[in-house]
Design a protein. Structure first.
Lengths: 105, 484
């Protein structure tokens, strides 16, 4: 096992632990936006798609990379925009309960 | 700046982007900071993508030290097409169809993760660099990505109504599902043993991986098909978690820190969220995955004995009942959402308030198609926030309500969840609508709800049924109340 791999697996395990802790008691109303938000984060595969596009020299690899970039870009852009649209709804009605957050929006 | 320094900066920029994901996700735990959290996470994504572009532009691929000739057309063209599609669909989708769209985004994310693993494997096999760990990460990544891809597409079809929301099973379904899992596992084992030199798979690695991918794609389909539509949010959340892990596997293959961290983060937090969602519906994740909710024989048992008479009421009767009530609780459900009746219901509520009636909305945690979906829909129609009441808060108030107006909601009001241990929804938290002094149900027909079971609430002598489309019925009600 190379040092690089050991480091990568360590990062992986620690990130899993952070993932377990980062979500605590979430009100049910936020379950859908939260899922959608997490959904956008795995759009990080766009970075991976870019990296394989950089090494793709054969036509088949290039086609796979092209489809991967399209898929991943759709995941990223669509995911963040639709999550924001959902959360906008919360923002607009929050002022009645918490007037101080109105200014940020 | 020398290459080494730039590489270090790039590495720490990735770590910074990953930290923004953690902070952003954490802020999405609370409604007050949620939107900001999403923006922070988006900033992290922008940093990760820009840094990767700089890497390819200046230093080339970390694997080969150069950037292939066609890389930029592929990346720029792909981002424009995919980003455009994502932007267009996210901005134009109706809020009622939003859960399907999230599921589609999950499908393509899983698909991309799977493709990365497959493509990288093809390169590694060609260069002869596929060691045992690479084999493990590639196989796991492509299996998880493929299941997320096909499973999410089936989930989308079910939510969209293209595929029946009822559980679908064919003869020998479970055996086929188990067989597909075995094929995927067998292929995995063959590749791992092959890379250890125990068996000789030289020349057939890509073929074996192809078989594993096809089996995983089919497994995703047979896994989601038997699950009822009401459980779809839990399934999507689980598949979302799977896509996260697939992304992390792609990260381990490419040795890219931001992919590893972001993927592991989504994988783990998605698993927690899946459990939270299942808990909100009083379902265990295991029973969801075993499927069959609201279908088959269990239903026949549950409906038996509930076939009493129903009392039909007219619009004018309901209008008088509502106008002279002191306290009205509106129970909105998915029927209201599909009929786009959010605005009509707000108009009715404002009219009643003008007459001094106390109006509030009882929001079941899973009203609509997903937790929180109904809040979003009503907020869009400008229903004042304080009138939206969560289940635990409003349930004690039902006995004091003169009228409970149920609009297009079904299973979440079914008293069988409290009283009938045989019912498939037994134990699910419900709104205690049956405790109101009188009940009016606006519903198109006597058809069963999403869980596919009869609702004894409709046979309660206190209940009046107004058979109408939610929007048409409410518009008529508004007219009738105005006449009074």
């Amino acid at each position: 096992m190379s040092f690089e791999l050991i480091a990568a697996l360590t990062i992986f395990i620690l990130a899993v632990l952070v993932g377990f802790e980062v979500i605590s008691k979430v009100p049910a109303t936020l379950h859908t936006p939260l899922m959608s938000g997490a959904n956008s984060i795995h759009g990080i595969v766009l970075v991976g798609s870019m990296l394989i596009a950089a090494t793709a020299t054969e036509p088949l690899s290039q086609i796979l990379a092209f489809v991967a970039v399209i898929f991943a870009a759709m995941n990223v852009v669509g995911g963040y925009v639709v999550t924001d649209r959902m959360l906008q709804m919360f923002k607009r009605r929050l002022p009645t309960a918490k007037p101080d957050v109105d200014e940020q929006g | 700046m020398d290459a080494q320094t730039l590489q270090t900066i790039i590495h720490f920029s990735y770590v910074f982007a990953a930290a923004l994901f953690v902070v952003g996700l954490h802020q999405m735990n609370s409604p007050i900071t949620a939107r900001q959290g999403n923006l922070i996470s988006a900033a992290g994504m922008a940093i990760a993508v820009i840094v990767t572009a700089i890497q390819l532009l200046v230093l080339g691929s970390p694997a080969t030290g150069e950037t292939a000739a066609l890389a930029w057309p592929i990346i720029i063209g792909g981002v424009l097409i995919g980003g455009g599609l994502g932007l267009y669909s996210a901005r134009t989708v109706k809020m009622t169809a939003m859960p399907q769209l999230v599921s589609i985004f999950n499908a393509v994310g899983g698909g991309a993760a799977g493709l990365i693993a497959i493509e990288d494997y093809m390169t590694a096999v060609r260069l002869g660099t596929a060691d045992v760990w690479l084999n493990i990460f590639v196989v796991l990544g492509s299996i998880l990505g493929s299941i997320a891809f096909s499973g999410s597409i089936i989930a989308t079809g079910k939510l969209q109504g293209l595929i029946s929301g009822q559980p679908i099973m064919f003869p020998g379904h479970r055996i086929v599902t188990a067989l597909l899992a075995l094929i995927a596992l067998g292929g995995t084992l063959a590749l791992v043993l092959g890379s250890l030199g125990v068996i000789n798979v030289a020349g057939t690695e890509i073929l074996i991986l192809g078989i594993v991918v096809v089996a995983a794609l089919a497994f995703g389909v047979t896994m989601v098909m038997p699950i009822g539509g009401a459980d779809m949010p839990v399934v999507i959340s689980l598949l979302n978690s799977g896509t996260g892990l697939a992304a992390a596997m792609a990260g381990l293959v490419l040795n890219n820190p931001v992919l590893i961290i972001a993927g592991a983060l989504v994988g783990a937090s998605g698993a927690i969220l899946t459990k939270l969602m299942a808990d909100a519906m009083n379902r265990s994740v295991l029973s969801v995955m075993l499927g069959g909710f609201g279908g088959g024989e269990a239903v026949a048992g549950a409906t038996a004995g509930a076939g009493g008479a129903v009392r039909e009421v007219s619009v004018d009767d309901v209008a008088i009942q509502l106008a002279y009530a002191q306290k009205v609780i509106i129970v909105p459900g998915y029927g209201l959402a599909v009929a786009q009746a959010q605005h009509a219901v707000r108009e009715l509520a404002e009219l009643l308030e003008g007459r001094g009636v106390e109006v509030s909305y009882a929001i079941h945690p899973v009203a609509g198609r997903m937790p929180g979906h109904m809040n979003v829909l009503l907020a869009e129609a400008n229903v004042p926030y304080p009138q939206l009441r969560e289940m635990e808060e409003i349930n004690p108030e039902f006995p004091r309500a003169d009228v409970a107006l149920v609009i297009g909601a079904n299973d979440v009001t079914n008293p069988a969840a409290r009283s009938n241990p045989q019912s498939p929804i037994y134990g699910m938290p419900i709104l205690d609508v049956d405790q109101a002094r009188s009940i009016v149900v606006i519903k198109r027909s006597m058809a069963a709800g999403y869980a596919g079971i009869d609702n004894e609430l409709y046979h309660d002598p206190k209940t009046g049924m107004l058979f109408a489309d939610a929007r048409a019925g409410l518009t008529e009600l508004v007219g009738a109340v105005k006449q009074l």
